[in-house]
Design a protein around this ligand. Structure first.
Ligand code: GUN
Ligand code: ZN
Length: 435
């Protein structure tokens, strides 16, 4: 370690994952009670016992003492909508009515000068305040909404995966593109942003209902031309949505069959919701290695149904977890996992604290195929970090007086935690919050 100036070390209780706790048990996590995370030029250079690593630091290295807080990889949110930050908490509707009555009205504002920029600033402030350092984002149909998000993300050096929504039917005129313009605008955004710094592009046909067959074919062409881009869309969220899709695509065997037909079901496909899946659809997902994205607070808020995580596991389908703002009701990945736990409880399933924290860090990184870059505190990874104070609230501090071990403490954190527990967030080793 020679570049003294760029070296920063965070001291605290380090927790990260090297495997899945569901399969590897206790061998999946690493916990260092008095640990040091050494960061050089934004990348993790070393991790381990403070007593071992402190003497190796060059003179002048900056040491930030976060004891007794937990230090974890920054959280990853696998699905949310930037134009819906002012749709969140809209009363009284299920999916299709909610889209038409609230969402499609609000998303039109992204066509106004300055609006996407305002949203992008708020959005990244809010994610970072919640400890989320990477997110997979639906922007609006307007290419400038993607431009605004990536520009703001580039300024903050956050890793974002985002795309322009493609939608050319069943939506207000002001929110539709065409098969041709949706393709061309997406293509130009890929050329400009995919792989620029930390920004990555996701090809984003909203869902089968709002795209003509021509547009789905165009999205499939983009996916074939850019196999390193993610694809994101929605599927099997709500019964009325499924019935309407069946009407629109009478020749498809089922909903997943529509996306399969157009080349949109592959290992980089992030498929939002997957609540009402047939046996054939699970099998198609498993064969394609497509990812089911579980959005607990959204599924409860919109009354969509209960995601069957145990079934996904049995079928060999990878799962990611997400807030789905603004169908979802919290930006916090901790709150998201608290609601996930309750959804699983209703189905006689469970979710241990280690598994929940794995899901929002390494688990989502693996699902996104970005685990070589993010989601871990292992050397070589990008130093996106969240510092958590499990005793941040009076109720939590009180409850923690009775916990007996780390798993119990973490369960309290996952069940009762939110942004109040985020003491600091670092992006590539730079402190991003509090600002
Ligand atoms: N299906 C199509 N668009 C959306 C959306 O914006 N939110 C949710 N929850 N489902 C969708
Ligand atoms: Zn969504």
């Amino acid at each position: 370690m020679t570049e003294t100036k760029a070296i920063r070390a965070l001291r605290g209780r380090l927790l990260w994952f090297v495997d899945d706790p569901e399969t590897a048990g206790d061998a999946a996590h690493r916990y260092v009670e008095d640990g040091l995370l050494v960061i050089a030029s934004g990348i993790i250079a070393a991790v381990g016992e403070a007593a071992t690593l402190l003497p190796t630091l060059p003179a002048g290295a900056e040491i930030i003492d976060h004891r007794p807080h937990l230090i974890m990889p920054g959280f990853i949110d696998a699905h949310l909508h930037m134009p819906q930050t002012q749709v969140i908490a809209s009363y009284g509707a299920q999916l299709m009515e909610w889209l038409n009555k609230y969402t499609f009205v609000e998303e039109q504002k992204c066509g106004q000068q300055g609006h996407p920029e305002k949203l992008a600033r708020f959005f990244l402030d809010e994610l970072l305040a919640n400890g989320t350092t990477t997110a997979v984002v639906y922007c609006s149909v307007h290419p400038q909404s993607v431009e605004a998000l990536f520009l703001e993300s580039e300024r903050r050096n956050t890793r974002m995966v985002a795309g322009k929504v493609m939608m050319d039917r069943n939506a207000p005129e002001a929110l539709t593109d065409t098969a041709g313009s949706g393709y061309a605008d997406s293509k130009a955004l890929i050329a400009r942003w995919h792989g620029k710094g930390r920004q990555l592009y996701a090809i984003t046909p909203r869902f089968a209902i709002t795209s003509t067959p021509e547009q789905l074919a165009a999205a499939g062409r983009l996916a074939a031309e850019h196999p390193d881009c993610h694809v994101q869309t929605h599927i099997n969220e709500n019964q009325a949505e499924i019935a309407y899709t069946r009407e629109l695509f009478p020749d498809a065997p089922d909903y997943a069959g529509v996306y399969e037909h157009y080349g949109l079901l592959g290992p980089r496909s992030l498929m939002g919701h997957c609540i009402h899946m047939t046996k054939r659809e699970w099998r198609a997902f498993a064969e394609a290695r497509a990812v089911a994205v579980f959005c607990p607070t959204s599924n409860l808020f919109l009354g969509s149904g209960l995601f069957d995580w145990a079934r996904a596991k049995r079928e060999g389908v990878p799962v990611a977890v997400a807030t789905d703002i603004g169908g979802g009701t919290s930006y916090s990945m901790l709150r998201t996992m608290s609601e996930a736990y309750k959804i699983l409880q209703l189905q006689g399933q469970s979710l241990q604290s280690f598994a929940a924290l794995h899901a929002i860090t390494r688990g989502n990184a693996v699902a996104l195929k970005l685990d070589h870059l993010i989601g871990s505190l292992e050397p070589g990874h990008e130093a996106d970090v969240v510092v958590l104070d499990p005793a941040a609230t009076r109720a939590m501090a009180h409850r923690l007086e009775t916990v007996r071990d780390l798993a119990e403490e973490l369960f309290v954190l996952v069940t009762l935690g939110d942004e109040r527990n985020v003491a600091a967030t670092y992006v590539m080793g730079q402190r991003a919050t509090p600002t």
